[in-house]
Ligand binder design. Structure first.
Ligand code: NAD
Length: 330
């Protein structure tokens, strides 16, 4: 990166914030991005590095300071008692190693991880009272989401009732399988409508519908990966939380594993990267989480991301391959 002074960095930071915020509006509000995620990520990284060098220049509207999604005022607002955050990311094994070393240096016990696929969709919260589904909501700005309960009730793999009369909140990813995406875009083309840029945007556009009958036709699916307030159910690790949710009837991703060290994480990344194209849904990386839930709580969050998890994002050339395949499918 060029050497900057505080004076020369100020307009560069302002320009990066403006550019990223424009891209975020296109992505989150319109579900229609104009640039690849890899370009967004590289620009975001540039801003992060400059802000780290000149913290006095961090703007309140900087995308590094808040979770991104913009709330559509047509939906009823849902406050999240526990914020729904974004996630830090790394782009190489070296960066992942540094993250793990930093984390381990602040902790006495040897840290074990639960390693999961990063599903390329949008976050969803489901609330149950006495075992009945009463609310589904999007992440929104992290503190306030959009009420999409009628839409959620149309998603085939979401249980309307649980086998036990539990009060419960689970969170996970709502996504559109690759086959449903290809079918939807073929139908959009046939109707003379604009095709969706990728399955993630198609999933967001389909869940955030004011007419649940439209959502019902879109063949959305879910993988749940977060149990809120796990101590209420005697659950103390992330891998147990996933098993607990699976037993209650939620769709959970079968690929997650516990890893004791970086070699095991590395092996997981290698296998999952190789198998990625064969999956029936899109993934944009691997998520590495501290497995112990009490340790997660102890490590806590920054203003935007949890300290106990990180996304290892796939390199851009692979992302581009996927985009080319999608364009070809369209
Ligand atoms: P993110 O999508 O990079 O990561 C956080 C999200 O990952 C979580 O909120 C959750 O929904 C999801 N996730 C999937 N699998 C998970 C798992 N197993 N465990 C936990 N979480 C899981 O972060 P973000 O803040 O939602 O979005 C930022 C990203 O969006 C950027 O890195 C960029 O790639 C993309 N983006 C692109 C544009 C563009 O114009 N192309 C604009 C804005 C954002």
């Amino acid at each position: 990166m060029a050497a900057y002074t505080q004076e020369s960095a100020a307009p560069v930071i302002a320009a990066l914030v403006t550019k990223l915020n424009t891209w975020r509006r296109e992505y989150y509000t319109n579900d229609a991005p104009s640039v690849e995620d890899s370009e967004y990520d590289a620009t975001y990284r540039q801003l992060q590095e400059l802000e780290a060098q000149f913290p006095a220049l961090i703007q309140p509207d900087s995308p590094t300071q808040a979770v991104g999604d913009v709330i559509n005022p047509a939906f009823t607002k849902v406050p999240h008692a526990v914020p729904m955050l974004s996630m830090g990311d790394v782009f190489s094994l070296g960066e992942l190693q540094d993250w793990a070393a930093r984390l381990q240096s602040g902790v006495d016990e040897a840290v074990a991880y639960n390693v999961e696929l990063k599903i390329d969709g949008l976050s969803l919260s489901l609330v149950y009272e006495q075992g009945r589904l009463v609310q589904g909501s999007t992440r929104g700005d992290g503190n306030i989401g959009e009420d999409v309960t009628p839409n959620v009730l149309t998603i085939a793999d979401i249980p309307h009732t649980l086998p036990e009369p539990l009060d419960l909140e689970v969170r996970g990813e709502c996504y559109m399988p690759k086959a449903a995406f290809a079918k939807l875009n073929a139908a959009q083309e046939a109707d003379g409508a604009k095709p969706f840029a990728n399955p993630r945007n198609a999933a967001a556009g389909s869940l955030r519908q004011l007419d649940a009958a439209v959502t019902a036709k879109r063949e959305l699916a879910t993988f749940m990966y977060t149990l809120v307030a796990p101590e209420q159910y005697g659950v103390t690790t992330q891998h147990e939380a996933i098993a607990f949710m699976r037993r209650l009837g939620f769709a959970t991703n079968p690929s997650s594993v516990v890893a004791q060290d970086l070699d095991q994480i590395d092996a997981y990344i290698t296998t999952q990267t190789a198998d990625r194209d064969a999956l029936s849904y899109g993934i944009d990386g691997i998520v590495v989480k501290v497995d112990s839930l009490p340790l997660q709580a102890q490590l806590g969050n920054t203003v935007k991301v949890p300290r106990w998890e990180i996304a290892y994002k796939f390199p851009p050339e692979e992302a581009e391959t996927v985009v080319r395949e999608i364009e070809w499918t369209i």
